[in-house]
Design a protein around this ligand. Structure first.
Ligand SMILES: [Zn+2]
Length: 479
């Protein structure tokens, strides 16, 4: 891998027609020019919203807001935040409903938001206009993550019951750049139509196809590499791992890279992209921990806000991440709270030289955490991200799970208990490991955990789960 410097990145871009010929790519404009594009697109989006968006039309009328009041990114602050629940309960009302359907308004595809609290997936609609926009967005994402038309991609995302955005966008980014694509078709299966493959089959496919790029969910990818390493597979062709769905801390990256090196793949670039359905794709890193890039600032404006007041936070300050659509025809969201915490920098990236904004977070090792909030244990607020980072950086811990429970599970008023389940690497002194985990947790959150040794499958069964569940709160809900 080349070092990520503006010069090297420019050389990379010049080398491949597919990137060089994209002259309007806003990432290569100045930050001020990006703001001009965003303002102009926002004004157009607001006109469509005022005419055709059932939910916002009603909201604006209730609040006395004129669409013409919102012309620039600064004006956006006049709008209230859109909560996840508002959208989940009224998904159909978040679609533009023009009186006359032109070709660009044709419903082309439905994706779904996942990880909802109710477990009910929420539809997110793409029209023809959105599909073409997303294809170009995908191409720009690939440019940031150093992908070339010569990649052989293994799509390791699950072919799931609910269409997984990662699975479908891997198809589109491969298509948009002209890469070859191999489908692993993993997932929990559907007995009536037995089309799914096991992880074992996927390992064989990756080796046979000489895959160069693995696209999937971070914790699943890691297990995939662990199993392949055990079998002594030749994975020397791999050069990029696109890891989505969760934060991949330093310890986990080092672990993955060591395993890949053992299988012949040196110097692999792990891009921990931050993806979500409401952005129809992912924000990749241009270098390890270089921040997650907005590859299409002409389509999405990201801001960091105070979740209570809706006030925008200054650049670099940590708060809730909100997204505003700037050029969409299907589902349109304004100041929509993703439920993630992060900070943003709008200036030129010091690593690659791109504009467009990068999500960063100063605390812990990740840029945007999936944690909605701190957890109260024994009356004290703890940040599970810090615990996750400590545990994933512990040599000998190959899987872990943080469980918050009650001393007496039958008694909701008994004391809270912090438990850490760990699966130990073979040949490790489990007594010493247990002690190390206790010490680390104590240092991190000033609380002594109970440690339980379990098997890997007890924590994360790759045959039934999409990704590892790192934090489980099994306390009964308070009434
Ligand atoms: Zn960069």
């Amino acid at each position: 891998m080349l070092e990520t410097t503006p010069e090297n990145v420019k050389g990379f871009r010049d080398k491949w027609d597919v990137y060089r010929e994209d002259e309007d790519n806003p990432c290569w404009k100045s930050p001020d020019e990006v703001i001009d594009i965003q303002n102009s697109n926002l004004a157009q989006q607001m006109e469509l919203v005022a005419k055709y968006h059932p939910y916002y039309k009603k909201l604006f009328a209730d609040k006395g807001i004129e669409a013409g009041d919102i012309r620039t990114l600064e004006d956006l602050e006049k709008l209230p935040l859109t909560q996840k629940l508002d959208y989940m309960q009224n998904a159909m009302d978040f679609r533009l409903a023009p009186e006359q359907i032109t070709p660009r308004d044709i419903l082309y595809e439905v994706t779904y938001t996942t990880g909802t609290t109710t477990g009910k997936p929420t539809p997110f609609f793409n029209t023809t206009h959105d599909m073409f926009a997303t294809a170009l967005q995908m191409r720009r994402m690939c440019e940031i993550a150093w992908m070339t038309p010569q990649e052989v991609v293994l799509n390791l995302f699950p072919f799931g019951v609910v269409p997984h955005i990662g699975f479908y966008r891997t198809i589109w980014y491969s298509a948009a750049v002209g890469m070859r694509l191999v489908f692993a078709l993993t997932g929990s299966g559907f007995p009536e139509f037995p089309v799914h493959n096991s992880m074992q089959k996927a390992i064989e496919m990756a080796e046979n196809a000489k895959a160069t790029l693995i696209s999937g969910i971070g914790s699943y990818e890691r297990r995939f590499f662990m199993e392949a390493q055990k079998q002594g597979r030749d994975f020397s062709s791999i050069r990029i791992v696109l890891a989505l769905g969760e934060a991949v801390p330093q310890g986990m990256r080092d672990d993955i890279r060591e395993r890949l090196a053992d299988m012949g793949a040196e110097d692999v670039f792990i891009s921990n992209a931050f993806g979500f359905t409401e952005m129809q794709g992912a924000m990749p890193e241009c270098t390890q921990f270089g921040g997650c890039h907005n590859s299409s600032p002409d389509l999405y404006f990201l801001e960091i806000v105070d979740g209570e007041t809706g006030k925008r936070k200054p650049e670099g300050e940590v708060g809730m991440v909100a997204v505003t659509h700037l050029n969409r025809r299907g589902t349109v969201l304004l100041r929509y709270l993703l439920g993630d915490i992060g900070a943003i920098e709008y200036g030129v990236c010091p690593h690659c030289g791109r504009s467009g904004g990068r999500l960063v977070i100063k605390a812990g090792s990740t840029y945007a955490t999936r944690t909605k909030e701190l957890i109260k244990v024994k009356g004290t607020l703890i940040n599970p991200e810090i615990l996750k980072n400590e545990l994933s950086n512990t040599d000998g811990v190959i899987e872990y799970q943080i469980v918050i429970t009650k001393k007496d599970p039958e008694d909701p008023y008994s004391l809270d208990e912090l438990m850490v389940k760990i699966a130990a690497a073979e040949g490790h002194d489990t007594g010493a490991l247990e002690k190390e985990v206790v010490d680390k947790v104590r240092m991190a959150v000033e609380m002594t955990p109970k440690v339980e040794l379990v098997s890997m499958a007890d924590i994360f069964d790759v045959n039934t789960s999409l990704k590892a569940q790192r934090v489980v709160d099994s306390r009964p809900a308070e009434n």
